[in-house]
Design a protein around this ligand. Sequence first.
Ligand code: SAM
Length: 295
Amino acid sequence: MEPYLGDPKYTAAVLKMHGISARKKFGQNFLIDRTVLEDTVEAAGVGAEDCVLEIGPGIGTLTQFLASRAGKVCAVEIDRSLEGVLKDTLSGWPNVRLIWGDILKLDVARVAEEENGGRPMKVAANLPYYITTPIVLQLLESTDRISDITLMVQKEVADRMIALPSSKDYGALTLAVQYYSRPEIVRIVHPSSFMPQPGVDSAVVHLSRYSEPPVCCRDPQQLFAVIRASFNQRRKKLVNGLVNYPPLHCTKEQAEQAVAKCGFRPDVRGEMLSLEEFAALSDALSLLQHFRNLS
Ligand code: SAM
């Protein structure tokens, strides 16, 4: 069956017929632009062999486009009041399985196990913007059973994902995304592509997950603690950020030695360091702390 949602006429008619209005508290902005839907599915690289995890099907618009190309779509929706409309709009796509609940509480590895025989799934979504960062981090950190992630996000978040060191958008999200995946902006999306219109520009991003991280690091948990410490006090010297972050248990002497060992200036700020440099710093700190514990 050909997807028919994604046209403002149909979306308005479906909403009216089911007595639904978009719920702000769930970040509901429904897509009404066919070109955006087609570009999203194209960027997701979905084919008949794929099982796709969709976050927030809403009234089933992107779901129709995904299900027309994929072998299977598992769509996770928190808003149970959409049950009637989804039953209606997805009746022509028997390869869709609806999962009711909060994506942040979902065991994604288990879904891959049960729905795709343990093989990695692809993720596609027009995200609810109020929880973009926790969703992205969950998808990247919680499991390697996801190969590709294609998302509609606020343009400002897309800019942070692809940012370079020393730019205003560079931060902890940049480094987490770039540690696990190669991000690219597929296209910019104007507010008029949604009903109702959000107050910001959006972008479709594609994150291609690495099978191995692009940098070597003894302890990835320590690496992310060092990154968090650095950006907690973004405008301060890195040494102070490290010392003032309790989970690192780092003395001033250790922070200064680690920074010197990596060849950074004593007044370096975290926002200047690349992912490779953060990995080197994390390893230097690990070694210093290891030897202190031995002595
Ligand atoms: N996919 C539809 C579209 O493109 O028109 C709707 C996208 S709308 C921006 C976001 C969707 O995510 C809504 O359907 C909303 O109810 C759902 N949602 C919000 N929070 C969620 C959560 N924690 N877990 C699962 N779905 C959620």
